[in-house]
Ligand binder design. Structure first.
Ligand code: LUZ
Ligand code: MOS
Length: 776
């Protein structure tokens, strides 16, 4: 059985040899043009005039277009309100306002410089606080309300009030936003895009160019990373290339430079949250009220769903009997913030983990104990503030197991002893946090997928789904699914490039659900072929004629489970007769029986009532815990991660090695977000940190000196294919433990005062916090 085995990544070899084709690796057509994007020269203002005559005279420039040249200059996943190219109003600094097609890079870039944009400047809103003060909201979540939070808070033994603040994050995928569009006969367009969402790219192109969907095919072979940054925001750039291809009837290639990509595209949402928490002497939370504010940037994009997911994760792994969570998405004059691995979940989860850390410091008891006392457990302490019951409870066990595996209490002792030695000007901290990530798109309709499977006469298979490969290994898992269901070897299966021609109306590969949804659809398609062939074998043995309609009402002595497909052979467990699969396929073909299937899958049993804020939005939860130990240098503010132990519940993993890669990578990406990645803006609102020289993602020295990652054995998740659980986003949330460990370290400066720390915990933040402490 292939499911459950650690096959290497589908593209492992071709990535290393350089054979893998990314968008800009596609060979140039002789008549191809390059497309360049001009960004807005201010954060806010009216566009009065775009003067292009000088730029048009640059040799090699073929054309220049603005928003006026689109049939419909508007797009948006949730609300169609964002211009493809801004025409009247500037929403943010470097927002795309016009495009140049040129024969060469030099001509294109020269033309960009010669385009003159006349604007009437207006005062931008450049901070979250200012947007909150001005109530500049683009969305308000339905609050989650349970119990009597205000009343219980007043009556609680202890109360704390505070703020939690976290920054944005650049996706830093290695392949920038990129698309090539080939014009075809009859006005059709063939689009190759680095997109997590080929269907949306198809729709945005069709709508903006005045075409119908059938005239646009969007193909995605793979992405060089995405992390959410290509869920919605790949589409407008593909539309710009498509406009050029349509206007010139020449292939058009748009590949953003790293700098332009960082300046023009949205990032993770910064949040500023205000809370009040009431708790007892044991540290058990009795009431928690949080107001969450997200910086959405200039346009709606996916912000409403992201804010909702932040609310869905503000309980963390903890039962809260009396809760009120409210949220607002604020419009500011910054790049339009978008999906990023975790999708608001990290920002919500980190808030409650920060609160728990403070409760522990306030009561002077160990934070792990406080977490365990608050952890979701058995009825009635297993209901979330939005009314979903947690039915496969493993969190208590995860905490307990990690406590032992990480040797928590002995190391706590060591940390305390270390910190008593004031001469070394170093402080250590230790902290455990948890993740309980809700799996499913919170927008119910997105929880569907389709799979197209063709079984060829030589016994090999081509499979196509709506899933896009961004390095996460979904294609490998799809192959394993086909191999297991049809009893084939991995190398007789090809996962085809994702195309809207093969799979229509697909959902983005997002919400950690790519493998869940698409492997389920693949299983369904293969299973239909498998049952058909099993029945054919039954007919063959019993010398009766195969009639396809009898599949719906099979004879009572035909049970498809009696037929085992393994290693290219079909075995009947009753008669012990065998037939080579390829021979059976031959019989099927000669008898004019289909060897192809298109299956559709949807997640059953989910639904959330937006009016009441109650329901079952999630199919299940992926859980995990992490124990992190850090060392903070008191003089430089630098942080070293000494040791991390992770325990992750991924159900029965489809591919343990690939999943370990996801856990490791996701965690480190999160560590970058909470420690070193910071977005710096100039006074005028332009992004200063738009390259790796000014934006610090983690490198090898930032990984933990000791790093133990383990999967927690749990095969109880009957809801999902192979009893597996989704892996993509959840581990990122465990990086919170590094941040709370820093907070823990700082708390040793003074046992009396709870340290206040923003995220990311930059060296400067750590030094400022020391200053604050020394002043008090
Ligand atoms: N995208 C989306 C997502 O449209 N809805 C979601 O709930 C979601 N969750 C995580 C990541 N992307
Ligand atoms: Mo997403 S944050 O593209 O799953």
């Amino acid at each position: 059985m292939s499911l459950g085995q650690s096959y290497k990544h589908d593209s492992a070899v071709s990535h290393v040899t350089g054979e893998s084709v990314f968008i800009d690796d596609r060979p140039f057509h002789t008549n191809e043009v390059l497309v360049f994007v001009k960004g807005a020269p201010a954060s806010c203002g009216k566009i009065l005039n775009i003067k292009i005559d000088k730029a048009l005279k640059v040799p090699g420039v073929v054309g220049i277009w603005t928003g006026d040249d689109f049939a419909h200059n508007q797009w948006g996943t949730i609300v169609s309100e964002q211009p493809v190219l801004a025409r009247k109003q500037i929403g943010y600094f470097d927002e795309p306002i016009c495009i140049v097609a040129a024969e060469s890079k030099i001509s294109g870039q020269m033309a960009l410089e010669l385009i003159e944009v006349e604007i009437e400047s207006m005062d931008p809103i450049l901070s979250l606080q200012e947007a909150i003060d001005k109530k500049n909201f683009l969305y308000e979540s339905t609050p989650f309300l349970v119990g009597e939070p205000e009343l219980v808070y007043q009556k609680s033994e202890h109360q704390l009030e505070g703020t939690f603040e976290c920054g944005g994050q650049e996706h830093f995928y290695l392949e920038s936003q990129a698309a090539i569009v080939y014009p075809q006969e009859d006005g059709h367009l063939e689009v190759h895009s680095s997109s997590q969402h080929p269907t949306e790219t198809q729709h945005v192109i069709a709508k903006s160019l005045g075409l119908q969907s059938h005239q646009v095919t969007c193909i995605v072979k793979r992405m060089g990373g995405a992390f959410g940054g290509k869920e919605s925001q790949a589409a407008p750039f593909a539309a710009m290339a498509a406009l050029v291809a349509q206007k010139l009837k020449r292939p058009a290639r748009l590949v953003l430079s790293k700098d332009d990509d960082m300046k023009m595209t949205g990032k993770r949402h910064p949040f500023l949250n205000f809370y009040k928490v009431g708790f007892n002497q044991e540290g058990v939370i009795q009431s928690l009220m949080i107001k969450l504010y997200a910086n959405a940037g200039a346009y709606v994009d996916l912000s409403p769903s992201i804010l909702d997911r932040a609310l869905f994760h503000a309980d963390g792994a903890y039962f809260i009997a009396n809760a009120k969570f409210e949220g607002w998405a604020c419009r500011t004059n910054q790049h339009s913030n978008t999906a990023f691995r975790g999708f608001g979940g990290p920002q919500g989860n980190m808030t409650v983990e920060s609160i728990i850390e403070d409760i522990a410091k306030y009561l002077k008891i160990d934070a792990l104990l406080v977490r365990q006392r608050n952890c979701y457990s058995l009825k009635p302490r297993n209901i979330t503030p939005y009314g979903q019951e947690i039915d496969d409870q493993v969190l208590v066990q995860l905490f307990k197991t990690l406590e032992q595996k990480s040797d928590y209490y002995r190391r706590r002792q060591e940390v305390s002893v270390f910190n008593q030695d004031k001469k070394q000007r170093k402080l250590r901290g230790l902290s455990v946090t948890a993740v309980k990530f809700g799996i499913a798109f919170t927008a119910r309709h997105l929880n569907q997928a389709s799979a197209l499977v063709h079984l060829y006469l030589d016994g090999s298979v081509q499979v196509s789904t709506g899933a896009t490969e961004m390095g996460q290994g979904v294609n490998t898992k799809i192959k394993q699914t086909v191999a297991t269901c049809l009893g084939l070897s991995m190398h007789s299966i090809s996962v085809m490039a994702t195309s809207t021609e093969k799979n229509a109306n697909t959902s983005p590969t997002a919400a950690s659900s790519g493998a869940d949804l698409n492997c389920s659809a693949v299983w369904k398609a293969c299973d239909q072929i498998r049952r058909r062939l099993a029945y054919l074998f039954y007919c063959h043995q019993n010398k009766i004629e195969f009639q396809s309609r009898e599949l719906t009402m099979p004879p009572s002595d035909f049970i498809h489970e009696d037929y085992v497909f393994h290693d290219g052979v079909v075995l009947c467990l009753i008669s012990h007769q065998k037939i080579a699969l390829i021979e059976l396929i031959q019989i099927a073909y000669l008898n004019r029986i289909s060897l192809s299937e298109l299956a559709h899958y949807r997640t059953e049993g989910i639904g959330f009532d937006k009016k009441t804020g109650k329901g079952r939005p999630f199919h299940y939860f992926t859980n995990g815990v992490a124990a992190s130990e850090v060392e903070v240098d008191e003089d430089t503010g630098q942080v070293k991660v000494r040791r991390v132990d992770i325990l992750m519940d991924l159900g029965a993993s489809i591919n343990p090695k690939i999943d370990l890669g996801q856990v490791t990578g996701g965690f480190i990406q999160g560590v970058g977000w909470v420690t070193s990645e910071n977005l710096y803006y100039a006074q005028n609102g332009s992004l200063i940190s738009h390259s790796p020289t000014t934006y610090k993602i983690p490198n090898i020295q930032d990984t933990p000196r000791i790093f133990n990652v383990e999967l927690f054995p749990n095969a109880l998740n009957q809801r999902n294919i192979y009893s597996s659980k989704a892996v993509g986003e959840p581990p990122l949330l465990l990086a919170t433990s590094v941040w709370t460990a820093i907070k823990d370290a700082l708390s040793y400066r003074s046992k009396e005062k709870i340290p206040f720390l923003r995220s990311p915990a930059l060296p400067s933040e750590i030094l400022i916090e020391r200053h604050r402490y020394e002043q008090s």
